[in-house]
Design a protein around this ligand. Sequence first.
Ligand code: 4AD
Ligand code: MG
Length: 477
Amino acid sequence: MKHSTVAELLSQVKKQNEIEIKGWVRTFRANRFIALNDGSTINNIQCVIDFENTDESILKRITTGAAIHIKGILVESLGKGQTVEIQVVSINILGDSNPDEYPIQPKKHTFEFLRENAHLRTRTNTFSAVMRLRSTLSFAIHKYFNENGFYYMHTPIITGSDAEGAGEMFRVSLLDAKNPPLNDNGKVDYTQDFFGKETNLTVSGQLEAETYAMSLGKVYTFSPTFRAENSNTSRHLSEFWMIEPEVAFMDLEGNMDLAEDFLKYVLKYALKNNKEDLAFLEQRLIQEDKTKPQAERNEMTLTEKLRFVIDNNFKRVSYTEAIDILRNCKPNKKKKFKYIIKEWGADLQSEHERFLVEKHFECPVILFDYPANIKAFYMRLNEDGKTVRAMDILFPAIGEIVGGAQREERLDVLKEKMAALDISEEELWWYLDLRKYGTAVHSGFGLGFERLVMFATGMSNIRDVIPYPRTPQNAEF
Ligand code: 4AD
Ligand code: MG
């Protein structure tokens, strides 16, 4: 007989003979009550043992973390907190867990401690809830694009071009690091390397996605991306997953409409499908808030925050308008910001983005038409000659969650821009070809997947929403 999952059994109401279940012991009380979890739901199922008829040697081995196989009868529960429970008929220990050594004891652990035990941390309610939500959101993303006529494209992880400019790159090389071959100029001779040229891990699949959008129309990537910046913040990873749709014949406004519709869809999907995980995470935040000073507490519960994004129109504001607001706002005048906004052209920091979203507009914000010189070379230049058709979406608690643009489709303008930034035409010949053969208006954006998971789960450190975070000085597991 195939064994059931905890989720399946908890959804039953009728008595059922001869059920089987396998899972890990969360707690074992009074030599009688096992709380068993198998990952299928945040809830445990209670298994009641007839301890007088169970071997002492078996009872001793029912410890937190042990894997067990139970055969029994599903009955209505008289205890509080569950509708059904299992009367154990037989119990088989599949894998012991030494209680003196097992790190995940049934008590509160700090997130720092759990990060050091990332291989076991999904055995806690918080991390299992976060990772189930991560899985649901991934699925919702594919579902959205599939329902809307997009093709899923796999962009390369190893790239031969470093012109994207989105960030520092990790080199991929088989040359002897201690004694690399040199060319006549005394520089490392990458023609002798594996690919015959310098290669790196990609920072974004966008440029390749653009090539496919210009033939398949609507495409998206959902891939790992890598950035070698030494930024140790709660919102940056060295390896993160990015979703990048790219659409032919779509301008910046269409891009904003798409991003807004897409974000609302995936959050709505999570709300509908992971109710119990979200309820648990919401309670966790409420408890956490009680330990904080009033000013740092969340004004909204987790569900309210999600509903707030789903139910409200995102406010669309030009960069120029935003700079005016920021220049004249209280924290800027009173020098409360770390970076004071002095003039048009300033790059926005997360503190400014969060002020706009959380204090000024009090809703998600789409900022557009940024100064050309703080944005990437491929963004379409506006008529004013100084701003580009860029857009960033800003979320409460997160700041920038999406970055995108309408792309420069005019060959001459693109070439001028590349020349000014010293980007080699030779290297990006294929990207320029798109502008030579059937060029057209097109746009896209990149959503940082972990920032979305942070928002949906209320977790405040990006290291806690990806199974094995890669950050400077850290690549354990
Ligand atoms: O704004 P970014 O750098 O945009 C691009 O890479 C474009 N090529 C996207 C496109 O138009 N197709 O990155 C996009 C998003 C950011 O808004 C942020 O959410 C996330 O990726 N992101 C990071 N997430 C975690 N760790 C990092 N180091 C991140 N850098 C960017
Ligand atoms: Mg960006």
